[in-house]
Ligand binder design. Structure first.
Ligand code: SAM
Length: 331
């Protein structure tokens, strides 16, 4: 089957599947704290079929996300089934990653690795227990997440990345503590610019802690050296001058990378989204319910990808908010 390419010539190789939009955290920059899940989730067999068709179309990397994906029982078995998928023309195993808040990771890191998970990214927005609780609005999470990170490392889920969203007025003073954390724990900390994808609509340009500001703050701690990276990589990478510790910065607001976007997403209720900022989605699951064959699903997907947006319009006068917020899309 021909590889999946959009009308701008971007090759689509990277799939994110949200397996639930339930979450056990109520991070202040993501959720209101009052709303729960809005969309139902599907049996794993349905996501597996979607993934199988997409792998046959050239997807090589699958990231499981949510909501909080570790809230779904059966996830280890799902990873085991995904790990068996191969495209016709590429015998290599898929790169299967997980994005999690880490709260429930300690007990499942090893089984996930054994099932075929390659890598894990843990989201963590403060390295101080009290601040962590204020951001997540859940008491006593910090130690559990730290245990999850350490269990993942022991299990060989490597490289281990920690994603930190900085929100002005909440945690921008965590830049240097995270630099220390990266060095002490041997993990890559990646700072992500806050995007207008929250339930509460609190975003404004002033709330974004930009790449330049993060670099300036970190330079007060220790000098950084940029690591050359492929143009297609979303994160700019830096190591500390003494060679110990790496950080990354993902700057979709101040330095958009849409021209290299290779992603599509499947939401927990089986819709395809071609951009985080899409104002509509495409009901792949409805095609399955109608009895479509794999070939018909592939045709549907090809038509959807053809319409992938050229870029986002964050901060521009014509910006239209996405039709779903991050927790209901799958970050
Ligand atoms: N529950 C999992 C977790 O915490 O990693 C997966 C879902 S969460 C929505 C995925 C990622 O999106 C997290 O790293 C989170 O910090 C990030 N995120 C949520 N809202 C965001 C926003 N408005 N801008 C940038 N990143 C955001």
């Amino acid at each position: 089957m021909a590889v999946l390419t959009d009308k701008f010539g971007r090759r689509i190789a990277d799939l994110r599947i949200s397996v639930t939009d339930r979450c056990n955290y109520k991070c202040v920059y993501c959720r209101t704290g009052n709303e729960g899940a809005l969309y139902g989730d599907l049996p794993f067999a349905d996501y597996l079929r979607m993934a199988r068709v997409l792998v046959s179309m050239g997807i090589t990397k699958i990231r499981l996300t949510g909501g909080e994906p570790l809230l779904r029982s059966g996830l280890v078995n799902f990873v085991h089934e995904l790990a068996k998928l191969r495209s016709e023309d590429n015998p290599d195993p898929l790169d299967i990653a997980l994005t999690t808040n880490g709260h429930l990771l300690a007990d499942v890191a090893k089984p996930l690795k054994e099932a075929g998970l390659t890598r894990v990214t843990v989201s963590m927005d403060a390295v101080d227990p009290d601040r962590f609780a204020r951001i997540t609005r859940v008491p006593n999470g910090y130690d559990q997440v730290l245990a999850g990170i350490r269990a993942a490392r022991r299990a060989g889920l490597w490289p281990l990345k920690i994603n930190c969203v900085l929100l002005r007025g909440f945690n921008e003073d965590q830049v240097i503590p995270f630099g220390m954390f990266a060095r002490e724990e041997g993990v890559t900390v990646r700072f992500i610019e806050f995007m207008p994808l929250e339930e509460d609509r609190v975003w404004s340009p002033a709330t974004v802690v930009t790449l330049e500001e993060i670099l300036a703050r970190m330079a007060e701690y220790r000098p950084l050296v940029e690591i050359p990276h492929a143009r297609s990589e979303t994160a700019r990478r830096y190591r500390f001058e003494d060679g110990i510790g790496e950080i990354g910065i993902i700057a979709p607001v101040s330095h958009p990378f849409c021209g290299h976007c290779s992603r599509i997403r499947i939401t927990c209720d089986g819709k395809i989204r071609t951009c985080l900022f899409s104002v509509w989605d495409h009901d792949l699951h409805a095609e399955m319910r109608r009895g479509a064959s794999d070939e018909q699903l592939a045709e549907f997907i090809r038509g959807v990808v053809e319409k992938k947006e050229e870029r986002h319009h964050i901060g521009e006068p014509d910006f239209v908010p996405a039709s779903r917020t991050m927790v209901h899309i799958g970050g």
